[in-house]
Design a protein around this ligand. Sequence first.
Ligand code: LMR
Length: 328
Amino acid sequence: TAAAVAALSLGVTAGVASAACDPGEMVIKFAHVTNADKHPKGIAAQMFADRVNEEMNGKVCVEVYPNSTLYDDDKVLEAMLQGDVQMAAPSLSKFEQFTKVFRIFDLPFMFKNIAAVDEFQMSDTGKAMKESMTRRGLLGLQFWHNGMKQISANKPLIEPGDAAGLKFRVQPSEVIKAQFEALKANPQPMAFSEVYGALQTGVVDGQENTWSNIYGQKFFEVQNGTTETNHGIIDYMVVTSTDWWDSLPEDVRTQLGTILEEVTVSRNAEVDKVDQDARAAILAAGGVIRELTPEQRQDWVDAMKPVWSQFLNDVGQDNIDAAQAINA
Ligand code: LMR
């Protein structure tokens, strides 16, 4: 109902999902970890819910739980297999327990920008990745984009050597751990919702993330500054349980798939703007952003890129070659 949609947006403003689903409607819980209104993922999830709640009103109702209010990413996939949540969009770095095919997306300096990521994902290899976990009960529906990663710490980072000895929060990805080890830094895996507190109290010294996450979680407030390295990417897979998806009536599954695809196309086209808005908002709020000269950035490439060889067997030279051809 319209009331349900209004209640949903009220709930989201207050930071809790409260779509008043009507009796008899099938409820789809969509859990994620970012904010709902200034973030590529949050905006896309909300748009998907709004459209389903309007166009499938009376049949299906999506409840969005942003800001880790339902699950952190380290719990959400298990919860999905238990049937406690139906949809989520963890970053591709969060599927380590289920597949290694996403490791290519974590390799530093693999993709020059999000357009290159998009092109790779649209290739046959990329499309097949959505089905890489079906044997484990998870089905990828769409890729959602975020942006390029930057590095922040409690001291200025200009040369890669500046990161040596520091503790960095990382997503639970072997590639990202290896990337920080290549800098002689100490990677500490941690849930997204805990990062601000860990930076504030000095449990970790730094972190890497996109502008929308550094802004959305206010990391810049508790860091000396952020260095614009553009050294990697954060991208998402909208994921569901194969059992649940297969159990849907065909017309429902088709309509959900169509709405999701349309939302994906329209929001993926806007991510660079959301990213740059977040960057500008950090500066406007007094955050420090350090740009690198081409020579300085090349030093980060030289320090991090050797990590590729450690993961060559998982990722495949053919896939690396395909990604590099897209960059060229
Ligand atoms: C992170 O854990 O830093 C990111 O994956 C969070 C997100 O969903 O963007």
